[in-house]
Design a protein around this ligand. Structure first.
Ligand code: ADP
Ligand code: MG
Length: 272
């Protein structure tokens, strides 16, 4: 088997995304054996940008929060950039939603609200450190011990810049905010929009904004009103969703504001 950086033994491929491939690895130099190594093809990224990407990725290693996937290490292994993170053996939120849907079941209201609060706490933590996630989606939220962990903020900003808009759309467009689509700039509120889309998917088991073909999806994001949650979810949660899926970023709530909103505050108290 391939061993990278003299330390990570590739055990199996666990997935392939738009930007790279994820492997389950064994860390030969740590008591915590199983980790995930994400290999992102950077090809001919110039050396200065590579240094900056490593520098930025190293900052991710300093993050510590129960709702943030632990980032352990990164290195260059041309033509790829490799990042090593915590492994979540319960998979991601997208898989969990699809599993329930196939079984004809729903995520209980209490679990939905608990996971939403955990995601918002993680996002509030990142935003407090002036870090934007930029790629929040159900596939980047992992499950471990009944808790959610936000991962994959991914590829550091510098790498993201080397990815053009066309490649961005190889990823999923469903969580992209109206301002991003209109090239009005990505900001903290754009992450909140994505959390709104995640909340809707946890409840309805389908995308918040959709359509046949990319253009229709983008049109739906920019023009369609906020979707309605199924009846089994409380009215107050619908109101929270509407504050996240506000089209105008200035009017959209921040993660911190949402956590202070009465319904979610009451739920947080019941959890802790
Ligand atoms: P994308 O997020 O674009 O789908 P990724 O390369 O990030 O692509 O992930 C590919 C797959 O690998 C995902 O379906 C995910 O379930 C799995 N995966 C990625 N990181 C982890 C992790 N830390 N723990 C468990 N599974 C992971
Ligand atoms: Mg991912």
């Amino acid at each position: 088997p391939r061993i990278l950086s003299n330390r990570y033994k590739l055990l199996k491929k666990i997935g392939k995304g738009a930007y790279g491939t994820a492997y389950l690895v064994e860390d030969l130099r740590s008591a915590e054996k199983f980790k995930v190594l994400k290999e992102v093809h950077i090809g001919d990224l110039d050396p200065e940008e590579t240094v900056e990407a490593i520098h930025e990725a190293k900052l991710l290693g300093k993050l510590s929060h129960s709702a943030i996937l632990k980032f352990f290490n990164c290195f260059v292994n041309l033509p790829s950039f490799c990042m090593v993170t915590e492994y979540c053996d319960e998979g991601d939120l997208d898989q969990a939603i699809q599993r329930l849907k196939k079984a004809g079941l729903h995520l209980p209201v209490a679990t939905t609200e608990r996971w939403l609060i955990q995601i918002l706490l993680g996002v509030e933590y990142l935003h407090g450190k002036r870090i934007l996630h930029r790629d929040l989606k159900t596939k980047n939220v992992f499950l471990k011990g009944g808790m959610v962990k936000i991962g994959d903020f991914g590829i550091a900003r510098v790498l993201m810049n080397s990815v053009d808009m066309a490649t961005t759309f190889l990823g999923t467009p469903y969580f992209m905010s109206p301002e991003l689509l209109k090239h009005q700039g990505y900001n903290a509120k754009s992450d909140v929009w994505s959390v709104g889309c995640i909340l809707y998917e946890m409840c309805a088991q389908e995308h918040a904004y959709t359509g046949h073909g990319l253009m229709r999806i983008l049109f739906s994001i920019c023009e369609d009103p906020c979707p309605t949650l199924p009846d089994r979810y409380p009215r107050a949660l619908q109101a929270v969703l509407e504050r996240m899926l506000e089209k105008e970023p200035q009017r959209r709530a921040s993660a911190r504001e949402l956590l202070r909103e009465p319904h979610l505050r009451r739920r947080s108290k019941q959890i802790h």
